[in-house]
Design a protein around this ligand. Sequence first.
Ligand SMILES: C[S@@+](CC[C@H](N)C(=O)[O-])C[C@H]1O[C@@H](n2cnc3c(N)ncnc32)[C@H](O)[C@@H]1O
Length: 285
Amino acid sequence: MNKFGGDWTENKIEILVEYAVAYLTIMNSFANKHKWKLLYFDGFAGSGYIKKGNEENQKIIIGAASRILNISKPREFDLYYFVEKETNNVKSLKENTKDIYPDKNIHVVETDCNEKIEAMSRFLSTRQNGIYKALAYIDPCGMQLNWSSLETLEKLSVDVWILVPTGMGVNRLLKNDGRISEAWISKLELFLGMSRKEIIDYFYVEDIIPTLFGDEVIIKKEERAVEKSAELYSKRLKKLFNFVSDPYILKNKSNSVMFHFLMATNNKAAVKVANEIVNKYNKLS
Ligand SMILES: C[S@@+](CC[C@H](N)C(=O)[O-])C[C@H]1O[C@@H](n2cnc3c(N)ncnc32)[C@H](O)[C@@H]1O
């Protein structure tokens, strides 16, 4: 069972489920008319359940995988593909998906999400299995998603909801004085798909300190690093997809921003629906 939690966990799943119902409603008539098939892809699928709170005061919430499988109206997806890296979660996920819905076309695979995003791109690009349209949910707990994986989805028929670890990930790795360890800067490069120079230039400003022997130039992190990382990610996604939704902003109990949750798509109607849902939940938070 996963140990992630907070009200935003539930809101994030509600946003996804609400969008999935709208997606299935819109796609239903097109799918019938054009013989399209609908794929649901979950790249960080978890165990099927999420533990919220501490040992004394614990609440268990139903994970996104089970919630999506539970949607039957106006229709179901034709194919469900769940990816999860941790063996115990995979075992539990199978019990909570395949075992409960033996008649649905469900695949649960134990591997790295990046590998399977690229495989999905190849699948969506080749028409030999029929014409597939996809809804994808990328819900990592950290910075496991590589930018190069997202690049393979460029211009494909896929609506992708992504949890971007802006405060929890990017901002934490960006040290205030710019002295970022080799491991962390490499992680930032993979995650953002940018060179270390581009990252430093974007997130840091030069400061001039007068000293006895002349001015010393130091670099320091931008104050708006979390917001800037969200703007950057969204701007970069717009190079791969025609539209990117407004973000749902996930904050912890001390009101610090942890994640931005947003959707990228090539469909104008889809982004309109996503924005309506996101903005409704932003107002509630
Ligand atoms: C935030 S949880 C997912 C929660 C899930 N989406 C839900 O609603 O129940 C993230 C999951 O991703 C898994 N994970 C971490 N790195 C991964 C990777 N590189 N590829 C696939 N899964 C990974 C973790 O084991 C964890 O179960």
